[in-house]
Ligand binder design. Structure first.
Ligand SMILES: [Zn+2]
Length: 372
């Protein structure tokens, strides 16, 4: 996409005038990248059981000979069990960090009886379709009215309209949003989580919340084409410009893991918007993920990845992609509760060695090092 006439989305925070003001070009383009969806809300791609109490009564008449008080199940039929395709194991309990560099510190902001994983077509670091507005979080495709849950304990530091554009701006791209400053950090730095596009908020600034507390309900406020939850992880500051990929921070289902990759040109620059296929050699199922877009999002301080694919059942996998007419393949495995990491560099091929231990430069020197 050629949009060279526009500034990149990732302006330094201080470049905005006043700081935090939404650039006009961003409004012109629609900032759906903050919370838009790449498809219409009616396009749910998986079957979804009706919820009790929300469906019409059975159409077949109850025979006259039945007892005058029919069993409850006639009035509220038990929904069919969810199709296997959306069944998942229960989640690990956070925090989970089986290596010094993993940090699955957050529970899911949508309960496990609904789809609570990222919308695959529009992950962190992707462009909103037809724009160069990058996605700074993940979208979870939950129905309107689904409770939105605190991903960890902390204090509500924002509740309402205007998270990006300024307080009480009803045209704010995040819509009705909540931000939690967590009462735990990472490597001495503060952690925030953001919950956007809600129809209703039931917490107030200053309120303490525990993991799983209801913050509000899924809706479609802000720039969005349909009800869903937009969820972000921010480090150190409550700022749009310091997000990290939530798929590296949300606990996986038990027995499942995460793949993170750093895919580079010969120059060491990231290969952008490359479609990568990840196939389970046990089940045959194929996932696709794109590397982060140009002018894009922040990587993890340790992995410096440009792609993450979470929620993969443990087992053997083949990672493959085409680049400049050549097909590249890597066989690797996913380990329960951990990040499996790879690098690819054009001309050198794949490596599954972990990055050299390092700490981000912003860590204060009095913070204990997590280096092994
Ligand atoms: Zn979003």
């Amino acid at each position: 996409m050629a949009h060279e006439n526009k500034p990149p989305l990732f302006l330094p925070w201080s470049a905005l005038d006043p700081p935090g003001a939404l650039p006009e070009w961003l409004y012109r383009n629609g900032i759906s990248g903050l919370g838009g969806r790449s498809r219409q809300p009616s396009g749910r791609s998986y079957p979804h059981p009706p919820r009790p109490g929300t469906q019409p009564a059975p159409t077949s008449a109850i025979p006259w000979s039945l007892p005058s008080e029919p069993p409850l199940r006639f009035a509220l039929p038990t929904p069919a069990p969810p199709p296997v395709s959306i069944w998942r194991p229960p989640l690990y309990d956070p925090p989970l960090a089986l290596t010094p560099y993993d940090h699955f510190l957050f529970s899911r902001p949508i309960a496990a009886d609904e789809v609570n994983w990222p919308l695959p077509e529009y992950r962190y670091g992707d462009y909103f379709t037809g724009t160069d507005i990058v996605h700074t979080g993940i979208d979870i495709d939950a129905p309107r009215g689904t409770p939105v849950l605190a991903a960890g304990s902390g204090e509500v530091v924002w509740a309402g309209y205007g998270l990006y554009a300024g307080r009480n701006r009803p045209d704010d791209p995040y819509g009705l949003a909540v931000v939690i400053l967590h009462d735990f950090g990472y490597q001495g730095r503060k952690l925030y989580t953001v919950y956007a596009h809600m129809d209703q908020i039931v917490v107030a600034s200053g309120q303490q919340v525990a993991p799983g507390d209801v913050l509000g309900y899924v809706g479609s406020t802000g720039f969005t084409t349909g009800p869903h939850l937009h969820f972000e992880v921010r480090i150190e500051q409550n700022s749009f410009f310091v997000t990290r990929n939530p798929e590296l921070w949300l606990v996986p289902p038990q027995g499942w893991g995460v793949l993170a990759g750093r895919v580079l040109k010969t120059t060491g620059q990231p290969i952008e918007r490359l479609t990568i296929s990840v196939q389970s050699l046990d089940m045959g199922q194929v996932w696709q993920v794109r590397t982060y877009a140009p002018h894009s999002v922040n990587s993890d301080d340790y992995y410096r990845e440009n792609m993450v694919l979470s929620d993969l059942p443990a087992g053997k996998y083949r990672v493959s992609f085409d680049y400049k007419g050549t097909r590249y393949r890597l066989e690797t495995d996913i380990t329960p509760g951990m990040v499996r990491y790879f690098t690819f560099r054009e001309g050198q091929g794949f490596s599954t060695d972990l990055p050299a231990p390092s700490l981000p430069t912003s860590v204060p020197t009095n913070v204990p090092s997590l280096q092994p």
